[in-house]
Write a protein that binds this ligand. Sequence first.
Ligand code: MN
Length: 231
Amino acid sequence: MRFVVTPPAPVSVPVVGTEDRFPIRRVYCVGRNYEEHAKEMGFTGREPPFFFLKPADAIVVVDAGSTGSMAYPSLTHNLHHEIELVVAVGTGGKNIQAADAHQHIFGYAVGLDMTRRDLQNEMKKQGRPWCIGKGFDQSAPIGPITPVAQAGDIDNAEIYLQVGGQDRQRSHVSKLIWNIAETIAHLSAAWELQPGDLIYTGTPEGVAAVVAGDTMTGGVTGLESLSVKVV
Ligand code: MN
């Protein structure tokens, strides 16, 4: 087959304990999925989950034990970190029941939903799409994927982010408003999930700005940690 321009390189993430890689199809994200973060964003109460997407090539792959880098993005003066548990979908489906959801999970990783908060807030105010605030280049750093069997009790894991060694975010996955199974149920009612999809499940409270030179280190108990320097 001949293409009229060079096809984009496939995006993939390393899998812990193997040379094999997990190919990325889509990157789904859940908004405001921890109560204390919803409050700091000015919202209260349990609302139905809502979703947005990032381009697959917004992924920044960071290998185990190394520090990745992301460029400070254009147009913003308020780049925020959002540490998140990421679900890697291994088996697709639509209208998946929460009780069956875990059968569709290949594994888990630690990710950062980097956000141009000033642009996102402006788009919110104007009722416009969030793409420019959320879906920019290099907006989705991620560490290696740990297969489910090796990941431990993720639903009760601790999640944290430090900047320059100081705590910024620290919570537990058990505090998700919509847990992993419920999120998959809701998401698969709106889109048919496919192998290779990632789901950034939302961030706990403590989101704040980073600047060039900052190093963010985050983790979820049982998974490879993620370290990224803003350059
Ligand atoms: Mn987020």
